[in-house]
Design a protein around this ligand. Sequence first.
Ligand code: BG6
Ligand code: MG
Length: 223
Amino acid sequence: MKEKIKAFLFDLDGVIVDTAKYHYLAWKRLAAELGFDFSEEHNERLKGVSRMRSLEILLEVGNIKLPHDEMERLAAKKNDWYVEYIKQLRPDEILPGVQRFLDETRSRNIKTAIGSASKNTPLILERLNISGYFDAIIDGTKVSKAKPDPEVFLKGAEELGIKPEECIVFEDAQAGIEAAKNGNMYCVAVGSPENLTGADYLIPGFKTMTVDTILHNVTKAIL
Ligand code: BG6
Ligand code: MG
């Protein structure tokens, strides 16, 4: 008999809001300052990846090696630009169907948490006016190990007081899917099957998604 699902854990960037385009603008600007082009295809490699690791990948693309303190300075500079974009975020940028899905989740008494690598999580949730939807918020300031390590989701489950096997994680990045599975949780991939493997169920987004559809397809059991 499968466990009953008691909590949904959501990745933030790419699941609740499309911040990738703002990360991209800021990284592209940094690459331009360093004298090379950074394409949208390159940017795909940064999804779900920490700020410092993203910079390492960007510098690999530009074939540039820099000392650590200079990297710290550039990462901070990129973040300042990114924060300027994020400050302009509006509630209508929540991805289609997400707010309705969160409302339904709450009305079904399923606990909710955010599990994100982003240190800008509180600002983003505040700009979207959805902080109150989450019983726990675990972000990049609270973890020491990046996805695919399960730390971010295990901490979320712990804060909610729910066992990992009673949780469903929603993720748009391959490293995030692996983090959920490494943490012994169910995982719903949000995106397209060409880029994402290993999840229990895949959805293109939340537009027409209901809690029952998720529970039924993920656990193939309890309704
Ligand atoms: C993840 C994003 O959620 O957060 C990555 O998918 C980003 O692209 C990472 O690099 C860290 O975000 P931040 O806001 O702390 O720079
Ligand atoms: Mg993501």
